[in-house]
Design a protein around this ligand. Structure first.
Ligand code: GUN
Length: 301
């Protein structure tokens, strides 16, 4: 294996350490404790697990953490009422509505109901617009792309990607589009590829920075990788693993790790890569929100 494996566990631990220290300092100097409210609607097991880990991490960071668990049949009006109450609650600096929501609820309407200054997911029009226009000092940047940028910076040991070609595979609002904007802000030459892109392997081979965020297990193969490229795998896919026993499964990324690691210069593993950064950056955004409310500057990562 030639590639350097980018350690998401270590990077996430460093972000969380910084958050914990800065939180203690914020509480000591201003009396303000960062508060986060997470809302989950329904019983989806993966979402439940994500929400539990967010609550645990928030408590470890010294935050006030509240989880609202609502039934799958919750009316949209009731959900909107709860969001409205949290918008007006001064003890809450961060609101996250876990996605996906049940089909009878208009996800867009709920996301846009969150006050932009508490929208730590960075999904509201205000935060999307700020990121797209380069106002990252006051925007909330979506957590997965923000964490991916931290990993990229560690791997490349620089923050300016002038002259580098970046290809982002996937055009979701949660990852692909904000990731492309962050890379553009870092002076990379950015292409967004998606299911309608012609000759994706050839395009991927032009990338010095390749980001895979499509949700298709091990789609990116060895011949898609430019020698020495930095590969960021955002995929978290559960696949059957009969080799581990009957009915067992395992998690793989969007990148065929072993074969791509022979060609890449640096690569994130799955698990142990980007996934761990998402929750860490949620904590960073929550602290940033409380710092803004207190009028003090937030740490950088
Ligand atoms: N579901 C999967 N990823 C995310 C995320 O980043 N934020 C929210 N709110 N829901 C999600």
């Amino acid at each position: 294996m030639a590639a350097m494996v980018i350690d998401g566990k270590e990077a996430a631990a460093q972000v969380l350490d910084t958050v914990k220290t800065a939180t203690a300092e914020l509480i000591r100097t201003t009396g303000i404790t960062p508060g986060i409210a997470v809302i989950i609607v329904g019983e989806d097991p993966a979402s439940q697990a994500y929400v539990r880990s967010k609550g645990r991490r928030a408590e470890e960071c010294g935050f006030r953490s509240v989880t609202h668990r609502l039934g799958a049949d919750t009316a949209q009006a009731d959900l909107l009422r709860l969001v409205g109450e949290l918008n007006g609650d001064d003890a809450i600096h961060a609101i996250l509505v876990q996605l996906p929501l049940p089909g009878h609820i208009d996800e867009g309407e709920v996301i846009q109901a969150i006050a932009p200054h508490k929208d730590v997911d960075g999904f509201s029009f205000v935060n999307v617009g700020k990121l797209a226009t380069g106002q990252t000092d006051t925007a909330f940047v979506p957590c997965t792309p923000a964490g991916s940028m931290v990993l990229l910076r560690r791997a490349l040991a620089k923050t300016d990607y002038s002259g580098l070609n970046a290809v982002v595979i996937g055009r979701s609002n949660i990852v692909g589009k904000p990731m492309a904007n962050l890379l553009l802000a870092a002076n990379a030459t950015v292409t967004i590829a998606h299911s309608r892109t012609r000759d994706l392997p050839a395009l991927a081979r032009s990338a010095d920075i390749l980001v895979a965020a499509v949700g298709r297990p091990q789609m990116v193969r060895r011949d898609w990788i430019k020698p020495g490229a930095c590969v960021i795998d955002v995929g978290i896919n559960r696949v059957p693993a009969p080799e581990l026993g009957e009915g067992k499964s395992r998690i793989v990324g969007d990148v065929a790790f072993d074969e791509c690691a022979e060609i890449a210069g640096a690569i994130t593993p799955v698990p142990g890569g980007v996934g761990l950064m998402t929750v860490a950056m949620l904590m960073a955004n929550t602290l940033a929100s409380a710092c803004r409310a207190a009028g003090v500057s937030a740490p950088r990562y």
